[in-house]
Design a protein around this ligand. Sequence first.
Ligand code: ADP
Ligand code: MG
Length: 302
Amino acid sequence: MSNPDSISRLDPTAPPTRRVRIQSETAPRTGAAASEAQGHRFAAPEIVFDAKNVSVFYGSKEALNGVSLGVRRGEITALIGPSGCGKTTFLRSLNRMNDSVPSFRIEGQILYHGHDIYGGNVDQVEVRRRIGMVFQKPNPFPKSIYDNIAWAPRNLGLKKDLDDRVEKALRGAALWNEVKDRLKDSALGLSGGQQQRLCIARAIAIEPDVLLLDEPASALDPIATGAIEDLMHSLKGRFTIVIVTHNMQQAARVADRTAFFSLESSSDARSVGTLIELDDTETIFSHPRDPRTRDYVTGRFG
Ligand code: ADP
Ligand code: MG
């Protein structure tokens, strides 16, 4: 497993070719991390992402306003809410996937293991390596099953024991038994559900720290959806997972904590996505604090 605390970065004070590794994992642990390491039962969970007052704009349109939330290590955090409330925008902001959108602008801060992910000295390749993403629509490369999984490891120079790595990723994504006899066949010949598990295998092949999943089952039938949910459970703990879903039952089934986003009127009367509350999934669905959450989860709205 990679060291999540070592986002390589260019140190502005170092010669241009030198990379500095931030290695807080080897540093003495203090505070909450120390008590967790000592096995205290009520230690504060380790925070992987700490979003602080994040607002996102596409040109002059504000898509998200003032979102502050923490994502805990090893947990599954679900993002729910009506269409257009900024769930995908927020998810894609976590690994700078929105950077390619020319009109995108972000305010506030997103800390990843304490490091500002939008800090000028963060290595974006390293960010993508540690924070993998799976999209709504399965998007296998038009290559063999094997080459889909081997693609990212090869790109990163992880060529040693590649066969083992491919097998491990496919096993991890609960796909190995279905494809082990046809690894050289095109990935495009797989069913939709298999393709989505292939995309998850592709993401975990480089052993990221975090998996971001944007409605990974929305294009799938109920059986394939069930397979993806089972897979979420088996990946839990090994990875920190953030999943967007419009399916509330799915959030209730897979997530440890759930964040409810809503569309609210902004000062200029335009609607803007806002985080209403984040809590244990059980609390969000059974006794949320905010009436807007209650209306949504009881189906009175959205
Ligand atoms: P959700 O995933 O909750 O449905 P999105 O994050 O996709 O919401 O969208 C939030 C808002 O941002 C919507 O109004 C959407 O139209 C807008 N938006 C999303 N992506 C872009 C983009 N690339 N350019 C302009 N506006 C966008
Ligand atoms: Mg979306």
